[in-house]
Design a protein around this ligand. Sequence first.
Ligand SMILES: [Zn+2]
Length: 308
Amino acid sequence: MSLVTERESLTFARFHRLRRTPALRRLVRETRLDPAMLVLPVFVDARVDDPSPIAALPGHARVPIRKVGDLAARAADAGIGAVLLFGLPDATDELAIVADVCLCEYTSHGHCGVLREDGAIDNDRTLEILADAARVYAGAGADVVAPSDMMDGRVAAIRSALDSSSHEDTAILAYAAKYASSLYGPFRDAADCAPAFGDRKAYQLDPPNRREALAELAADVAEGADALMVKPAGPYLDVIAAARARFDLPIAAYQVSGEYSALHAAAQRGWLDLRRAALESLTAIARAGAGIVVTYFALEAAEWLRQR
Ligand SMILES: [Zn+2]
């Protein structure tokens, strides 16, 4: 048998051909991260005079109000798309400002809404307060308000409060599918919002449920959300993909504090390469369908992407 005939008889595909060199791999890459799609969470703290490091979120600090502008300028220089502020927004600049709207940072019990006497969340009474908060943030210069409380009906309540106070141009990024996840621990230290008792399972999504998440997303679309968020990101890629397939609005995903801290902790022990693991995790979130990624890696990732 001749060599040619032997070759012709091979019927398998040679995928290695396009993986052979960095240039070929770059050429056929299906998902590209861009700093402009990254959102940097910022913890604003009116009680501190200097940045106060957050142990469980390496590289992050609670930032005094007067320093928020500096951090936002750094983020803008890095090409990051937006900052997500927890706490009162300060001056607006080149960067999009997203303001988190929730009550847990401000309630003594740390739950995301006001409580009834029996300790259950009073959903409807919470709506008015959320709507007021959203109006204040819009008035302070937020381009986008992002309700993270998971109260039923809050997008409609916030939309109508914004529209009736001349903030019709303020967009709503709804944390539409926010799960009662085990991965929020470091954030709760950072934002001082761990519930003093109980948990959030009565109002956040149950981790095993995907269809219910899609129903939540559909409700927020119907109530007037401009963009939708899935949170956490990494363990919920199927929800991100389903959201991307079903809805035409921008889909955001929040890579939460536990996802970030876990990679850092492993890297500190020499078990992972932080840069590769972080970029892989962000790429996976983008590949699943998120066009906006909120991540504590935003500043570093922007730098890494520039170096590539
Ligand atoms: Zn909350």
